[in-house]
Design a protein around this ligand. Structure first.
Ligand code: PMP
Length: 433
């Protein structure tokens, strides 16, 4: 008997390379917001929007740009040569950054983008002391895992980075959760000051933070938090790095970058995932003074390669030309409203949060705040049976994560809302059986 692909995956790949679903799916085709698996089942994809396909599947303008590059015979040359579309993309991202004198460096992933930003900030300040938020996720390498506060991921790190964690990420389970927005922000600012004063030698290089925590369950701080943080950071000369790997490119609807909701222009922003609409690309945008602080050479073999930058350039044009940010704002509000209305009827839902097309639904044991991870897994399985793929996340694995491609239509949003509310109701009824 031939071994299944799942058995081969398990045998050939590490145990920690997790797979979704009791019966993991193999996706073999995609169109618009839909994917088809190897068994011929089609699903509305409400997760890959952030991870890979920010815009959607099989977008002609993007595929054509990639094809044109393939037709030149050059998949990649060394980044030691000039690459026209790389320079053009850097110029465009610089313009979109809101920074006065921006420069851009491209990488192959979000991890590498954050490693680069941390390298810049620590070199600039000549200190390896970093601040990060509790419950954060910044990547899978020695430095980035070292500043990852979510223990579901950080436990595998023996990183030597000196890091102190502050409040401000995951409000729902923080001791300040019942405060008003203004008081919550004030409490987080007090905590930040105390952490700087009592756990560091005053030599902090930077704070790295996600404007909305991704892996951490789309935990969304009140607007203005990072503005208040920035005032304290400035007093101490600490640089702010905004990890926009999940929140960039208009996904949050109201702003192009997640950090803009806080009225701050950070020292650096990192990005990846959605920019390439599936291609491996990441990068850092930072003010020239910070970007040029290195005296030694540094290079990324694949960062900014011709294929990725051709595809990402087309993806960026598509998302700007079609006002996908506006679509994310419109349909995101509709989904959030629908889910919040359902939360009034469904005791499984502890919290509905997010912005634009980045929405988290935290499931709890009815009547408590106890995380209900099994219910989240159950809802995911039921939704899949009804033709909807959603993500899961959060410190306790009990948060449903919704992040569809930004080309989502009204009908698809309504359909997903229906499936989600039905399956959450079903999962709740099952608990009472
Ligand atoms: N930062 C954030 C906020 C992320 O969500 C991720 C990926 N989940 C990363 C960094 C790392 O990106 P990559 O997996 O491309 O290395």
């Amino acid at each position: 008997m031939t071994k299944s692909l799942l058995a081969r995956h398990r045998a050939a790949m590490p145990s920690w390379q997790a797979l979704y679903y009791d019966e993991p799916i193999e996706i073999v085709a995609g169109e618009g917001r839909h994917v088809t698996d190897a068994d011929g089942n089609t699903y509305l994809d409400f997760f890959a929007g952030i991870l890979t396909n920010a815009i959607g599947y099989d977008v002609a303008e993007i595929s054509d740009a990639i094809r044109r590059q393939v037709d030149t015979g050059i998949l990649h040359t060394s980044t030691l040569y000039l690459i026209r579309q790389q320079v053009e993309l850097a110029e465009r991202i610089g313009e979109l950054s809101g920074m006065t004198n921006p420069k851009v460096f491209f990488t192959g992933s979000g991890t590498e983008a954050n490693e680069t930003a941390l390298m810049l900030a620590t070199q600039y300040r000549r200190s390896n002391q970093v601040l990060a938020l509790r419950n954060s996720y910044h990547g899978r390498a020695f430095g980035t895992l070292g500043v990852t506060g979510n223990r579901g991921w950080s436990a595998s790190s023996l990183s030597p980075v000196k890091v102190s964690y502050v409040h401000g990420g995951y409000r729902y389970r923080s001791p300040f959760r019942d405060l008003s927005d203004a008081d919550y922000i004030a409490a987080c600012v007090d905590d930040l000051r105390e952490v700087i004063e009592t756990t560091t030698a005053g030599d902090v290089a930077c704070m790295i933070a996600e404007p909305i925590q991704g892996v951490g369950g789309f935990a969304t701080p009140p607007d203005g938090l990072f503005g208040a943080f920035a005032e304290v950071l400035e007093e101490y000369g600490i640089l702010l790095i905004s990890d926009e790997v999940q929140t960039g490119w208009g996904r949050t609807g109201e702003h192009f970058w997640g950090i803009q909701a806080h009225g701050v222009v950070p020292a650096a922003m990192t990005f990846a995932k959605g920019l390439g609409n599936g291609l491996a690309i990441g990068g850092v945008v930072a003010d020239a003074e910070l970007m040029d602080c290195l005296t030694a050479n540094s290079i990324s073999t694949f960062g900014g390669n011709p294929i990725s930058t051709a595809g990402a350039g087309a993806a960026l044009s598509y998302l700007l030309d079609h006002d996908l940010q506006g679509n994310a704002a419109k349909l995101g509000t509709r989904l959030l409203d629908g889910l919040r209305a359902h939360a009034q009827r469904c005791a499984l839902i502890g919290d509905v949060r997010g912005k634009g097309l980045m929405i988290g639904v935290e499931l709890v044991e009815p009547g408590t705040r106890t995380p209900a991870a099994a219910s989240a897994t159950r809802v995911m399985e039921l939704a899949k049976r009804h033709g909807l793929l959603v993500g899961k996340g959060g410190l306790h694995g009990n948060v449903l994560r919704l992040a569809p491609p930004m080309t989502l239509t009204e009908e698809e949003a309504a359909q997903a809302l229906q499936i989600l509310t039905d399956t959450m109701t079903l999962a709740e009824q099952e608990l009472h059986r």
